[in-house]
Design a protein around this ligand. Sequence first.
Ligand code: SAH
Length: 351
Amino acid sequence: MTELTRLTEEEIRAFCVAEGFPAFRGGQIFSWIHRGCDFDEMTNLPEAMREALKARAIAQPVSILTSVQSRIDDTVKVLFGLKDGNCVEGVIMRYHHGITLCISTQVGCRMGCAFCASTLDGCIRSLTAGEMLGEILSVNRFLGEKEHVHNVVLMGSGEPLDNYEEVTRFFRLLREKNGICMSLRNVSLSTCGLVPQMRRLAEEDLPVTLCVSLHAPNDTVRMRTMPIAKRYSMEEVLAACHYYVEKTGRRVIFEYALIGGVNASEKDAHELAGRLRGLQCHVNLIPLNTVKERHLEGVSEKQVQAFLRVLESHHVSATRRREMGDDIAGACGQLRRSVMSPKENESTETV
Ligand code: SAH
């Protein structure tokens, strides 16, 4: 079966020709697909052609299995179903500048960060570019006629740079002119710091915002929670960030989850500010979302503010990330786990 969401318009035209149909049909199919439609809805195609295609290709590889609406804000968490029975999570967030969708790039993750729920069972497989696009298409349909996704963040389950080829193909699909036509300026990719791929991305003409999960002021602390820190030092990660800024002209965003007793002291904040000196960047402070399987502590609001003040005193641009969907298993991998073993998490209400 050919996954059509993974193909460019040109490639779908070639696919049509190979299947014995005229090339212009490929253009029609491409625009239906990017509107989130399946074969039965492609009303300008002959019925016999639609039937023939159904046996050979998949038009929409992703469906929404469950959605959970937050009771405290407009956030909606969704569970995406994939054709092979796997599922991944997404989060729809409403901001004043439009809707942001957080998508997953792998089923699970193999990076092993100590605070993260996505990685608890390792990585089952990587998503295809067509599945990543499919996450957006299914959400656009879910939102209805009046709303659509404006911004996309690759911050769901998975390490996007561990799935480099498909992720960059996905970026190219977003820019197709008869497709959903999203500017890459509205796309953010988050990585735990895979240095060679960060450098490679800097060299592509794909100007997405690079977010880096730092979560520590030095290698000793970073190694306590992030196994990847043993492979690439913070110095190498920061050098790759400098390179990204230099090549793309865009500032880098650092994510820093504050973990009580690990990385959240004022001394840590001073050290972090020192390391970031001279780098065009912004720090997003995230109070740790505690994950039941992980024995790590969050911090008080007072500690968050104190950390923030230290960064500001060093003129490091920083904000405390708004917590959204805190009541709906907002942290990576939590919804999937609760749906896969619902008895363990009865507080999640599915609609
Ligand atoms: N693998 C990529 C993409 C995940 S993005 C990466 O590591 O960047 C999700 C972000 O949420 C990352 O910054 C991740 O480190 C962070 N995160 C994961 N679990 C968390 C938790 N329990 N509390 C706060 N942040 C968490």
